[in-house]
Design a protein around this ligand. Structure first.
Ligand code: TYD
Ligand code: MG
Length: 459
């Protein structure tokens, strides 16, 4: 008789508990502990034998052609923006987790990847969400013309693994999505932590032993994390997030973790009638509707990964009658907004106690680097005084609690990009190094946020 094991697993944090509890002991969330039954009948003790070539000497790596080939082999997609995020295409045997909210374009992106990849012979797309005919229809619409592409629709992980067991090297398998596939060895429903973890582990094992690229789609929770335990992100080689506001056409692919390349690099796409198109010059795309005659608008020269991207920061300061005025931000950390408003009140003697402050980063971008502070402060001050900022001005620099403007990294790239897009002035920290004196762009170095008020008054 098969031995049935049961365990109590928190669906929020993945903790395994000794008994059922209303509140998880570890993450303190309520009603998230469920009993999961693990059928261990198929798991038997195996004699573990170690093959002769278990270890490879590091000094042999240059001589062993199969290993040195693995080092260099990268599979390049047609989408340059994606190659940039991956650090030069997909590495053989790598497992990539692609997360994003529903309807953002994950399945569309994957079908476009599968339309052509350098050096790949086998293309497999397994959808557990759509039927084969639905995927076919979409592929036709996206003009995918790949005779080697195979499509299947199933949600059983064991069926998937046996179907792809023969596939080796120079192959890619896409699983859409991890929350909808399941194993009958685990009693909990598809999408539960045990199922997601088990299926991912099986797919990782397959990718590593057969040297196949596996891309797994993961849904995200309302907090923006990939549904399932954080351990899922540790199990894979590369985590990509596909984000963007659905009301805009722009979609941003962000590298969150990458064992074979840089992180924090972004790729920008636009969703059109024929799927995702690359946006090769994001700065001009994000500034397409920029009007420098309006108050409360500042242009920020930011760095995403290694690339400078200009974006428009909009602020609105309005009177309020409520006791605790609102500080609300889209695309920016609201806590940091509160901090900057406090610095402005304290260091510039401006009164925001009866004012709501709203901030928006246009185009659906999310900016986390502190260099945005100066642009935020400039937009707020401009809105508070109903005066536009100087024409053709760009801002960057971190604001400290003392109101001092601090230096930002890669200043030169930020200035160059601003100049390329036709801006005439850059406001940055007084500590920014001097560059080529022949630059056509005027560099205005400022020491304190108080000087922003002067900029407005001289305008
Ligand atoms: P989809 O790839 O199905 O999203 P996900 O897999 O992340 O849930 O994208 C669906 C959205 O994309 C849907 O709102 C329609 C839109 N779309 C286009 O605008 N153009 C296209 O060519 C395609 C295929 C989709
Ligand atoms: Mg989908």
């Amino acid at each position: 008789m098969a031995k049935i094991n049961s365990k109590f697993v928190c669906q929020e944090c993945g903790a395994i508990l000794s008994k059922w509890m209303g509140q998880c002991d570890v993450c303190k969330n309520w009603n998230c502990v469920v009993e999961e039954i693990v059928d261990t009948s198929s798991v038997s003790k195996k004699d573990v034998s170690v093959p002769d070539d278990f270890f490879t000497n590091f000094s042999e790596s240059g001589k062993n052609s199969s290993i040195s080939a693995q080092f260099s082999q990268r599979h390049i997609t047609k989408l340059k923006e994606l190659n940039r995020v991956l650090g030069g295409g997909f590495a053989d045997g790598s497992v990539v987790l692609l997360g994003g909210p529903p309807g953002i374009g994950k399945s569309t992106l994957l079908l476009q990847i599968l339309s052509e990849l350098s050096g790949i012979e086998n293309y497999v797309y397994i959808s557990a969400e759509e039927s084969v005919s639905q995927v076919m229809m979409r592929a036709k619409r996206l003009n995918v013309q790949n005779p080697d592409l195979k499509i299947a629709s199933t949600s059983n992980i064991h069926q998937i693994l046996s179907a792809i067991s023969e596939i080796k090297h120079n192959s890619i398998v896409v699983i859409d999505s991890i929350q909808t596939i399941s194993s009958d060895l685990i009693q909990s429903p598809p999408g539960s932590i045990s199922q997601v973890r088990f299926c991912t582990q099986e797919l990782v094992n397959f990718a590593k032993s057969n040297d196949v690229i596996v891309i797994i789609v993961g849904h995200i929770t309302k907090d923006g994390a990939i549904a399932g335990p954080k351990t899922l992100e540790h199990m894979v080689d590369c985590v990509l997030y596909f984000e963007g506001d659905k009301s805009y056409d722009y979609r941003i692919l962000r590298g969150e973790k990458n064992r074979y390349g840089p992180t924090d690099e972004i790729g920008v796409f636009a969703m059109g009638t024929e799927g995702l198109q690359e946006v090769s010059n994001p700065s001009s795309a994000f500034l397409s509707e920029y009007d420098d005659n309006v108050s409360g608008v500042a242009v920020f020269s930011g760095i995403e990964g290694t690339r400078p991207i200009l974006s428009e920061i909009q602020a609105l300061v309005s009177n309020t009658a409520i006791a605790v005025p609102r500080r609300s931000a889209i695309g920016f950390d609201p806590n940091r907004l509160s901090m900057l408003v406090a610095v402005l009140s304290n260091r510039c003697k401006l009164n925001f106690s009866n004012k709501d402050v709203y901030l928006n980063v246009a185009g659906g971008l999310k900016i986390t680097e502190p260099a945005i502070d100066l642009a935020v402060v400039a937009a707020i001050v401009s809105s508070a005084f109903h005066k536009p900022l100087p024409k053709g001005a760009v801002f960057f620099g971190e604001v400290s609690l003392s109101g001092e403007i601090r230096q930002s990294h890669l200043s030169f790239s930020r200035i160059k990009e601003s100049q390329k897009l036709g801006f005439s002035k850059v406001f940055c920290s007084y500590k920014t190094e001097d560059f080529d004196k022949n630059e056509k762009i005027e560099i205005r170095k400022i020491k304190s946020i108080r000087e922003i008020l002067g900029i407005l008054n001289n305008n």
